[in-house]
Design a protein around this ligand. Structure first.
Ligand code: 26V
Length: 822
């Protein structure tokens, strides 16, 4: 429907009816792509459809920009090294409320929208949760009316494509730009120069302390932006995602080239371009790689130069930046921005350090996404100093400023001072990016209630003492447009038929479903939708990876990055134990289960890759054993990504959220399962705690140690060997894996992995095993009572509304950004 727009009337409102759309699609195909309908490939149709939608979005985009310009309000800048967007077409059509008309238009041309939609590559510019959260936030900011810009990197190769070869993960480059990207617009006129290395000298006038300086970089590249429009629900507002690409200053050094030094002439150009070539495919730990620091500084500097340029253009005086701009640092990846903004203010705009520091702190805020020590970024001082000599000076200046303040406070001993220092002096000296982000921000947030408390008690304990008002909680959320309305239109229609359409604008209206939880007719319809989605997934998996699964079995799904703390291993060991039990007691009434796994391992993470191999080895044995046919099946879905996720969440019965308590900052997959009516089996970790509070204790299956118990147990020193000796079920399963039952070709393949459990079991797989196994029995019992299962599933969907990223964004807007909503 063509909505009346407030503000500026459109000169010529575009029409949305299907005959007009069909005509436009053919027109784009002819004049933009140069094909006629008879010769068009499916890709050409996709392209033509995108161009038609894009034009309508552009109308709203231009209007939004104009409104921003006129209202002169505060803007939000979301700086993130990752945006894990997935496909954009369905999101755009559906948010523009053109889905049915476009489907009709295409079918009049004998083209199936679903078929062409499948051809769109995923924009996979992120690793996992942190990147996907940034994508959900971009959509929610456009929906709730936050005037926002996302800033990141336009990687040529995003997250690698995972193939499974003989059960092992193989990484292949993902070339999402191969067919061009119709969503982006290059904006060369907003290019900036970015410097690296070189020397720092006193500036001509050396006013202020510490003084203004002149940095002459040894190396320079150009950052050129590409803008993608991000359209909110009902097309109300369209924000920009601005992604930077690195280009050489001189595209070709012609003289050098003509003089015969072909390689030399191209070297500089290649060096520049390699900056934005590839996303780092790790989600924790980084062995001090300078290319990564270069990427971080490159995109942060470009973004800050752009923000400052826009501010001066609109408001004239850089001193009011903090009143008109709020910059959110998505983890520490853009934390060097704190020093960069101070540099721009002091060295370029002649502001005294003390004032520059105040402006910076008022402008920035920082979100922490992990407490894992290996994922907390820090850079060796020599590397930082060589690459960013001026920033190193400023880090020292900021540090002196902070430590001076701390030393004045009673009870702040040497240990506390050294904990808050921006420089880690234990061993090789390193710059602590978390501390830099913390001191350079007026607000620092965690991503679930538990995670926020743990931040106060652990990594930021002493900084929290110094700045007790700074840490705050903003529990994550997910966009219901993608994670319910687009990926599960069947459920969306059922809900609309039951409680009306209000939930589409306000997810919390879903609570009205609570009163249907006991209604037999509704239960039947709800489970019928679930079955349909399970049939759709089964059909898909058959084509996609040859897996044959029975839609009537319980779909028990764990999909997320592979990491030891997420404990896919616990799930696999449980599968082995279950396999053993079914074979020993074939007479019992087993609930048929399909355990589905999906996820990528960091290429350098040995144990994570071994866990993938183990899942595949165990699958091969179990799936080929007639003794458990129809009762237990294991599937590893290759190349788990946003598009696979959209098929998996709606089809899930059981959501596995089984991290070692205290280690998963929030989780967002847990929310996507809940929205789609899966029951959670989980530990009291991250946002699971809050999911439990919302659905009620009786509608979730919780097991295992709490974060506090895990900490205490680690403190005491724990003997996994004793635990294993006392659990027959666990011992048998571990012994089977260790002795080569699942790896006859290499019987010792898993010795190291299983030895790790016996020797230290850092992730508490053994300690939590019996509790997990009992919880799984409870799941089986619930499954056997179809009405109870349906009721619990409905309660999950009904109480998922609070986990909308619209709620999260409103909280950021109110408590952190202090920005009005439209
Ligand atoms: C760290 C590194 C360091 C090495 C290079 C690449 C790289 C990429 C990402 C990260 C940080 C990963 C942190 C992360 O993804 N945290 C997840 O954030 C989600 C959103 O807040 C949250 O739901 C998950 O629990 C949390 O693990």
């Amino acid at each position: 429907m063509n909505k009346p727009q407030k503000g500026l009337p459109r000169p010529e409102p575009r029409q949305f009816d299907s005959t007009v759309l069909a005509k436009e699609v053919v027109e784009r195909l002819t004049y933009r792509i140069g094909k006629d309908a008879a010769n068009a490939h499916k890709h050409d149709w996709l392209h033509a459809v995108i161009l038609v939608i894009r034009d309508r979005i552009i109308d709203a985009w231009i209007r939004t920009k104009k409104e921003f310009h006129e209202d002169k309000g505060k803007r939000v800048y979301y700086l993130s090294l990752e945006f894990l967007i997935g496909r954009l077409m369905r999101d755009a059509v559906s948010n523009m409320e053109m889905l049915e008309q476009m489907q009709e238009a295409l079918s009049s041309l004998n083209v199936d929208l679903d078929v062409v939609a499948e051809l769109e590559p995923d924009a996979a510019l992120g690793n996992g949760g942190l990147g996907r959260l940034a994508a959900c936030f971009m959509e929610s900011m456009a929906t709730v009316g936050v005037p926002a810009y996302g800033y990141g990197i336009r990687y040529v190769n995003g997250m690698f494509r995972q193939e499974i070869s003989d059960g092992w993960q193989v990484e292949l480059p993902e070339t999402w730009l191969a067919h061009g990207n119709p969503w982006e617009f290059e904006r060369r006129e907003f290019s900036y120069e970015i410097g690296f290395a070189g020397k720092v000298e006193a500036a001509e006038e050396t006013l202020g302390t510490p003084a203004k300086m002149k940095w002459s970089p040894q190396e320079r590249v150009v950052a050129t932006p590409y803008d993608t429009p991000i359209v909110g629900w009902r097309g109300n507002q369209v924000n920009s995602l601005r992604l930077w690409s690195a280009k050489p200053i001189d595209p070709i050094l012609l003289d050098q080239f003509n003089a015969g030094d072909h390689q030399g002439a191209l070297r500089e150009s290649n060096r520049a371009q390699s900056l934005t070539r590839v996303l780092y495919p790790a989600d924790s730990s980084l062995a001090g790689q300078s290319l990564r620091l270069r990427q971080e500084y490159f995109f942060t500097s470009a973004s800050l130069q752009d923000i400052v340029r826009r501010h001066i253009q609109d408001f004239g005086d850089v001193r009011t930046l903090h009143e008109k701009a709020s910059i959110q640092l998505n983890d520490t990846h853009p934390a060097v921005g704190v020093a960069e903004l101070v540099r721009l203010l002091v060295d370029v705009h002649d502001i005294e350090f003390a004032e520059a520091w105040e402006i910076a702190r008022e402008t920035f805020s920082y979100t922490n996404h992990t407490l894992l020590p290996e994922a907390l970024e820090s850079w060796p001082v020599p590397l930082f100093e060589r690459l960013l000599p001026r920033h190193m000076q400023l880090v020292y200046a900021i540090n002196a400023h902070i430590l001076k303040k701390a030393r004045k406070i009673e009870g702040f001993d040497d240990a506390a001072v050294s904990a808050i220092s921006l420089i880690d002096e234990n061993g090789e000296r390193r710059v602590r990016m978390g501390n830099l982000a913390f001191v350079g921000s007026h607000k620092v947030n965690g991503v679930s209630a538990l995670h926020t408390e743990l931040m106060k008690q652990t990594v930021f304990k002493d900084l929290h003492k110094l700045y007790p008002e700074r840490i705050n909680n903003k529990t994550n959320g997910v966009t219901f447009r993608r994670w319910m309305m687009q990926c599960n239109p069947e459920l969306t229609s059922l809900i609309e038929a039951t409680i009306g359409a209000d939930f589409k604008d306000d997810a919390e209206q879903l609570v009205r479903l609570n009163k249907f939880a006991d209604d037999a007719a509704f239960q039947e319809k709800f489970m019928e939708v679930k079955l349909q989605k399970k049939i759709a997934l089964s059909n898909h998996l058959k084509n996609y990876c040859g897996a044959k699964i029975d839609p009537n079995a319980m779909f028990d799904i764990q999909i997320k990055r592979i990491h030891e703390y997420k404990r896919q291993l616990l799930n696999i060991v449980h599968a082995v134990a279950l396999y053993d039990q079914i074979r020993s007691h074939p007479e019992l009434d087993w609930a048929p289960r399909v355990k589905i796994f999906g996820g990528k391992a960091a290429p350098s993470y040995h144990n994570a890759k071994l866990i993938i191999k183990l899942a595949n080895d165990v699958a091969r044995v179990i799936n080929n054993d007639p003794a458990v046919q129809g009762l237990l099946k294991i599937v590893f879905v290759p190349n788990y990504n946003v598009s696979q996720a959209e098929r998996l969440f709606p089809a899930a019965d059981l959501s596995e959220q089984i991290s070692t308590a205290g280690m998963e900052a929030s989780g967002t997959g847990n929310m996507k399962f809940q929205v789609n009516g899966a029951l959670t089996i989980g530990t009291l970790d991250g946002a699971n705690v809050e999911i439990k509070e919302h659905v009620g204790d009786e509608n979730i299956v919780i097991f295992g140690m709490t974060a506090e118990e895990v900490a205490a147990r680690r403190e005491q020193g724990y003997s996994p060997r004793d635990v294993i000796e006392q659990s027959k079920e666990l011992k048998q399963a571990l012994t089977a894996i260790q002795s080569g039952t699942f790896s006859p070709d290499d019987p010792h393949r898993y010795s190291g992995l299983i030895d790790g459990i016996y020797e230290h079991d850092w992730f508490m797989v053994a300690a939590d095993f019996d509790s997990y196994s009992n919880a799984q029995r409870r799941v089986d019992e619930i499954w056997s009572d179809k009405k109870l299962w349906a009721k619990m599933a409905i309660k999950n969907t009904a109480n998922s509304g609070w986990f909308s990223s619209d709620r999260t964004i409103r909280q950021y807007a109110e408590d952190i950004w202090k920005v009005g909503l439209k």
